[in-house]
Design a protein around this ligand. Structure first.
Ligand code: SF4
Ligand code: SF4
Length: 335
């Protein structure tokens, strides 16, 4: 597929390189090389993902020109921007980045801002080929699209997303801006990779970047291609998933944070789902119990509710999840 006005021709499976920071170097390089050997040519990483850039650099130094590398900076001053870019180029063992993105920063840089000027200068110098932005905020997403300054938008999108995201995709299409879908597996809540792929495959301008950390996960995505379409079976799996999750569930997008009481809302407000959809044990460890206990400090200020695009009653959701969690811990509720 063509990634909007960047004109990058990318494989419909993009590689999200956040999770490989959890694997050792040897295993990570094995996964990356296998992805490359099987046609994946778009790799998304970030300065924030610890050693992910270095692993990409080591895996792809000798085939650099055959792939596209996207990375990101979360820095908000021009000086820090240049320092980040220099580090990324060094880590990635290259002299250019195909797509450089502002990483979920607190504002949308405009043409008159020194930060954007630095981005533009880097492009003029050939250090970066294209300019993009990533955000979790719908208002920032629209602001970036309306500015006309960005060639790609990276935003959370999966089959659990709603109308707002669909409108955003349409808008990107009409503006010829590439849409990169992060959290395409619903931030971990979706287990059906085939349904995810087929759903996103319907959108010609959307590139999912699957967060891959195991060879088996890679193999799953490699087994899908443009002929993997949404059939009745997959549609009903999606419907079933949506029904199970209902409307009133936390998508883990994090728009509502930070909480002044430092409650980990995006984890705690969906704990009941986690412990039912994934192995329960790790979610019952001491550290997670502490995080859940911290929800009792909610002062019901409702700051988070104002920021939640799904209009969830977060304090209530936290209470429900806490109670359910305690019942699971004590054995009163079986999962
Ligand atoms: S309502 Fe509770 S969870 Fe939400 S921001 Fe306030 S203290 Fe944090
Ligand atoms: S409560 Fe709302 S804003 Fe916060 S993580 Fe969940 S869905 Fe996102």
């Amino acid at each position: 597929m063509r990634l909007g006005k960047t004109d990058l021709e990318v494989n419909k499976n993009g590689f999200g390189a956040l999770p490989i920071q959890r694997r050792n170097e040897k295993d990570s390089i094995e996964i990356l090389k296998k992805a490359y050997d099987n046609g994946i040519n778009f790799y998304d990483t970030a300065r924030f993902y610890t050693d992910s850039e270095e692993k990409l650099g080591k895996a792809f130094e000798d085939v650099r020109e055959n792939i596209y590398i996207a990375t990101k900076t979360g820095m908000e001053t021009a000086e820090e921007f240049w320092s980040d870019l220099e580090t990324s180029l060094k880590n990635l063992r290259t002299d250019y980045v195909d797509l450089y993105q502002f990483h979920n920063i607190s504002f949308v840089p405009k043409a008159e801002d020194d930060l954007y000027k630095a981005m533009l200068e880097a492009k003029q110098e050939g250090l970066i080929k294209h300019i993009g932005i990533t955000t979790h905020k719908i208002t920032h997403a629209h602001e970036a699209l309306d500015s006309g300054l960005y060639e790609t938008l990276q935003y959370p999108f999966s089959y659990l997303s709603g109308d707002e995201e669909l409108k955003l995709i349409e808008k990107c299409k009409s503006l010829d801006i590439g849409f990169i879908a992060m959290k395409a597996m619903g931030g971990g809540l979706i287990k059906n990779s085939k349904a995810s792929f087929a759903y996103i495959n319907q959108f010609s301008n959307v590139l999912p970047i699957w967060g891959i950390q195991k060879l088996e996960e890679l193999d799953e995505f490699l087994s899908y291609d443009s002929n993997t379409l949404l059939n009745d079976e997959l549609k009903s799996a999606i419907e079933q998933d949506k029904k199970e999750l209902g409307d009133n569930f936390c998508r883990g997008c994090g728009y509502c944070m930070p909480c002044p009481e430092e409650i980990n809302i995006s984890l705690c407000a969906r704990m009941s789902l986690w412990i039912r959809r994934f192995p329960t044990e790790p979610n019952l460890d001491e550290r997670t119990q502490e995080i859940m206990n911290h929800t009792l400090d909610c002062v019901e200020c409702y700051e988070c509710v104002d920021r939640c695009p799904y209009e969830l009653d977060i304090p209530e959701l936290l209470k429900e999840n806490y109670e359910d969690y305690q019942n699971v811990l004590s054995g009163k509720t079986k999962v």
